[in-house]
Design a protein around this ligand. Structure first.
Ligand SMILES: *[C@@H]1O[C@H](CO)[C@@H](O)[C@H](O)[C@H]1NC(C)=O
Ligand SMILES: *[C@@H]1O[C@H](CO)[C@@H](O)[C@H](O)[C@H]1NC(C)=O
Ligand SMILES: *[C@@H]1O[C@H](CO)[C@@H](O)[C@H](O)[C@H]1NC(C)=O
Length: 332
């Protein structure tokens, strides 16, 4: 536990500095468009779900992308949503959008692998400012997502067949939504390196936890600075120990702090995208404790695979990967 405490201390100390850098670099590295000119929104008005702050865009193999609006059956019918196919809802994180790789890489992987309804949840206008307002925005986005899912399940889509995939703050958006749905349990939530800053001390209903879906699986890639070390799901994967990732620049290289943050934190969704195309890419070893997982002292072979596959048994797991894509050590 001592090592864990030190690790948490380090992460906490680093976080305030890092967040500043994160706020500026994450945006700059990813922005391909001119800055948005929206007025600052009232992010705490949870009753306001009628506006355009959140958009759900459906992608399928057969139809062009189409926006689905809550309570609008015509938009659903026109979109090409096909209830025979599995539905994936992908939720980006802080200062991101569905134009970024967190969505595009995973959406493309699904489109290449089979017939899916892949919904990109774009809540960029609620998380485009500084981090603390985005934490408020995540609550509001979670509430809007819950309304969307309630409505969708009323149209005949089974809640327990839905799979939400959220990165960073987006993982908590998924958890907040899962908590608020009263008519049943969502089938699965995958948390990709769930954000730590602002979430260590908050109540379970305001962040992702095991009660939010039938299966909650987590991929931890950057515990050292940005994400949560403690297990949060039924299944927690610690690829390469989960503290940082091979092939990413070191955080202590001051010229590459931004690149280091983005690279380590993004690795979670690149692993996930690879696992969509290759379900057996990441065969895992079972660990008896978080410390074992962090330091790779796990030896028990399993048939549990990190990512899209659903061959799950609850517990903590360790996987080694390559430093460059394809990240899988097998079948290369
Ligand atoms: C935002 O909305 C909340 C809840 O409706 C309200 O209590 C708060 O005063 C509003 N804040 C601003 C800055 O308008
Ligand atoms: C919050 O949103 C609701 C619904 O759009 C609106 O009726 C209400 O006036 C808003 N409250 C504030 C304080 O902005
Ligand atoms: C819905 O998907 C199923 C299975 O993928 C397919 O057989 C069927 O033709 C699709 N329906 C429509 C209307 O596209």
């Amino acid at each position: 536990m001592c090592a864990l405490a030190t690790l948490t201390g380090l992460a906490l100390a680093a976080t305030s500095v890092i967040l500043l850098v994160f706020a500026t670099t994450n945006g700059n590295l990813n922005k391909k468009e001119p800055p948005r000119t929206n007025q600052k929104k009232n992010l705490t008005n949870l009753s306001d779900t009628t506006d355009d702050n959140v958009q759900f865009i459906l992608f399928t193999r057969q139809h062009p992308p189409h926006r689905i609006k809550i309570n609008d059956m015509i938009s659903l019918k026109k979109s090409g949503f096909n209830t025979s196919n599995p539905t994936k809802i992908i939720i980006h994180g802080f200062q991101s959008s569905i134009k970024e790789d967190v969505f595009v890489a995973n959406k493309n992987a699904y489109m290449e692998s089979g017939d899916y309804n892949v919904i990109g949840m774009d809540w960029s206008s609620l998380c485009e400012f500084e981090y603390l307002s985005a934490v408020g925005g995540a609550r509001r986005a979670g509430k809007i997502l819950a309304e969307f899912l309630n409505w969708l399940s009323g149209t005949g889509v089974a809640l327990n067949e839905l799979h939400l995939v959220g990165h960073s703050l987006g993982a908590h958006v998924a958890g907040i939504a899962g908590h608020q749905i009263k008519t049943g349990l969502i089938g699965r939530i995958t948390g990709l390196d769930p954000a730590a800053p602002g979430f260590r001390e908050v109540d379970p209903e305001l962040k992702l936890d095991v009660k939010d879906a039938k299966l909650v699986d987590i991929i931890h890639t950057y515990i050292r600075v940005l994400s949560i070390a403690q297990p949060m799901g039924h299944i927690d994967f610690y690829p390469n120990g989960g503290r940082w990732q091979p092939g990413c620049p070191d955080i202590y290289d001051i010229w590459q702090v931004g690149e280091s943050l983005v690279c380590n934190h993004a690795r979670a969704y690149y692993f996930f995208a690879e696992s969509i195309r290759n379900k057996h890419a990441f065969k895992s070893k079972r660990c008896n404790s978080v410390e074992e997982a962090l330091y790779g002292r796990c030896h028990e072979e399993t048939e549990v695979y990190m990512g899209q596959a659903e061959t799950y048994k609850s517990g903590l797991y360790y996987i080694r990967t390559r430093a460059q894509p394809p990240y899988s050590l097998s079948n290369n």
